[in-house]
Design a binder for this molecule. Structure first.
Ligand SMILES: *Cc1c(COP(=O)(O)O)cnc(C)c1O
Length: 369
């Protein structure tokens, strides 16, 4: 049975990319599998990353961490977005390591530890200039509370996150690193020596060896996509391979005369007789409506551009009058031997991260080994 649409995930590419990144650094690799592994599928990708030698898994949400555990994965897992009121007891009972970005959350984790009699493994997160996660003005308050309770927790990590790692040489990166070292020294002055210091995301891992520390947290590069195509270029320069190919079926093919308007709003009017193809995928599946009349797909090796507005479940492409494409043919939207996720990102005015993470839940993920 042919499927209407599918995202083919090359798990061999995930494993290869982890191995390739590991070969570039002496740090351990933490595979970032938040957001359903950037839309690629949480459990199969986590397993492929571990097969490639990843030591840690990283997620944003506690629910994501628990899904990994209930699937039987025993590797260390960090969850770094656990707001106040999260079920920290449940996190501890599943052996999930927790990020501590505020004194409030630290207190909740301590309280949960008392109830469950498990020593929490924490990763202390400092804000070094991004003004997003981590300790900033409450850092000194936290340091004194931590000193008081240091026997109740295990300091597994000390970490921060770059705002501009995709701009190597940018002075903000050096400033963040020096603030990080300063705060680490303050922690060490209290006699607290975290097991793992970590800072680098994909961009820093690929371009800044000073940032690699004990663990690198690799997301987009593991999926074979560039952290920033304009500043860093294609990932093929590092030997990385894109893991996702997005496909949909050609639902209809028809001759349409010059002068016809295509799609909602009649925004595109044909200036030539042509064959149009209706592709069975739309914005509900993650095809941004902003790609209307711009991005290109590939059918039987030939490119065809979107014409008119993208609808909820379908969009129309101009196949050209001499096309041999027929209903039932497979259309490659991006990936292997087609446009890249970056070309779709450019057409949609966004970044490749958003293209892959927005592929909707009604698109089945098919795993190639
Ligand atoms: C998402 C995320 C990463 C991975 O970033 P990439 O640019 O995809 O490598 C690393 N660390 C944290 C804290 C993140 O939230």
């Amino acid at each position: 049975m042919t499927m209407r649409a599918q995202a083919e995930i090359d798990l061999g590419a995930i494993t290869h990319n982890i191995r390739t990144i590991s070969a570039r650094t002496s740090a351990k690799v933490l595979a970032v599998v938040k957001a359903d592994a950037y839309g690629h599928g949480l459990i199969p990708v986590a397993q492929a990353a571990l097969d490639g030698g990843a030591h840690y898994l990283g997620v944003a949400l506690l629910e994501e961490a628990i899904s990994l555990r209930t699937s039987g994965i025993t590797a260390p897992i960090i969850a770094w977005l656990t707001p106040p009121g999260s079920d920290f007891q449940k996190a501890l009972s599943h052996d999930i390591e927790l990020s501590v970005p505020s004194a409030d959350i630290f207190r909740e984790i301590l309280a949960a530890a008392k109830e469950s009699e498990v020593k929490p493994r924490i990763h202390i997160e400092v804000d070094t200039g991004m003004s997003r996660g981590g300790f900033l003005e409450d850092w000194n308050v936290f340091l004194s509370e931590l000193a008081e309770h240091q026997n109740e927790v295990e300091a597994s990590g000390f970490w921060s996150h770059f705002a501009r790692a995709d701009e190597p040489g940018e002075v903000a990166n050096a400033r963040q690193l020096s603030d990080f070292e300063h705060k680490l020294a303050q922690l060490q002055d209290l006699g607290i020596h975290p097991t793992y210091v970590h800072f680098a995301n994909s961009a820093a891992t690929l371009t800044n060896s000073d940032a690699q520390k004990d663990i690198v947290r690799v997301g987009i590069a593991m999926y074979g996509l560039s952290p920033d195509i304009t500043t860093l270029g294609e990932v093929s320069q590092w030997g990385l391979q894109p893991a996702m190919t997005l496909k949909a079926i050609l639902h209809l093919v028809k001759h349409v005369p010059a002068g016809s308007a295509v799609g909602y709003g009649g925004t595109a009017v044909l200036d030539h007789d042509t064959k149009l193809g209706v592709v069975a995928m739309g914005y509900a599946d993650g095809i941004s409506r902003r790609t209307s009349s711009s991005a290109a797909v590939t059918i039987n090796g030939e490119r065809a551009h979107i014409i008119g507005r993208v609808s909820m479940d379908q969009f129309v492409v101009d196949l050209g009058i001499s096309s041999n494409a027929k209903a039932g043919d497979m259309v490659t939207i991006f990936g292997h031997q087609a446009s890249s996720a970056d070309e779709w990102a450019q057409a949609a005015g966004t970044i490749n991260y958003e293209i892959v993470t927005r592929i909707g839940p009604r698109v089945p993920r098919i795993y190639l080994h």
